[in-house]
Design a protein around this ligand. Structure first.
Ligand code: IYR
Length: 230
């Protein structure tokens, strides 16, 4: 008998899932070529002000939002900002926090760890990049009658979504950087977010400045990041 194309589990419709699978040789080739491509991605801090169509940003966010999430609650909101006044406001507020971070909140070891990355309290990319995407986690949802409804594994979920967003940005031939002004409360205020949302990550998106230099750092070797139990 042929498998039905759908069935019900706990009264919920399940449909047949089909993906393209590969033989061993192609598995190796495909996984290798994806890794070879992905390893060329770098965080970039110098942006061109060349514009990017809104449709591209919409596609990037759609890609991010395909991420798996706790109970499929998709506990995220992505705010995309191209308005220059708003970007300026965000830069100003971020630099106020970063000044305090670099001058007093971060200890010497932390600042030393950051030296190869050449970061500092000045964040021109927040104005130069044509778009800023701020990822907000939704720590709970509100029901119709203002009751709190749980979301699950919110940090894991939005972390995965941001990983996909970074990959989508790279796939489009654009660059980004995971900017973490801390605390990030100012973003909730400036962007007028509801009380169930907390800023998680700020990603400027754009073309790289020409030329762009990135630190000559190496990634850990496989045996430093993986343990196999066969
Ligand atoms: N949030 C600061 C400092 C900073 C911290 C880490 I950890 C980095 O990998 C990079 C920067 C900033 O964004 O400059």
């Amino acid at each position: 008998m042929e498998a039905p194309n759908h069935l019900y589990i706990n009264d919920f419709k399940h449909i047949i899932y089909q993906i393209e699978t590969h033989n061993e040789k192609d598995l190796i080739l495909k996984s290798k070529s994806f890794y070879k491509w992905l390893k060329k991605r770098r965080s970039v801090r110098d942006f061109s002000n060349r514009t990017i169509p809104k449709e591209v940003i919409e596609n990037l966010i759609e890609a991010a939002s395909t991420a798996p999430s706790g109970a499929h609650k998709q506990p995220w909101t992505f705010c995309a900002i191209s308005n220059h006044q708003l970007k300026k406001k965000i830069r100003k507020a971020a630099e106020i926090e970063e000044r305090i971070n670099y001058e007093s909140r971060m200890n010497n070891q932390w600042k030393k760890d950051l030296q190869p990355l050449a970061t500092n309290m000045h964040k021109p990319f927040l104005e130069d990049a044509p778009w800023l995407i701020v990822a907000f986690k939704r720590v709970y949802e509100m029901s119709q009658d203002d009751e709190k409804l749980n979301n699950y594994y919110v940090n894991e979920s939005i972390g995965i979504a941001c990983g996909l967003l970074i990959t989508a940005i790279y796939n489009a031939g654009l660059v980004t950087l995971t900017h973490t002004p801390s605390p990030m409360k100012f973003l909730e205020k400036i962007l007028n977010r509801p009380k169930n949302e907390r800023a998680f990550l700020l990603l400027p998106v754009g073309y790289p400045a020409n030329p762009t230099y990135v630190p000559d750092i190496q990634r850990k070797k496989l045996n430093e990041v993986a343990v196999f139990h066969e």
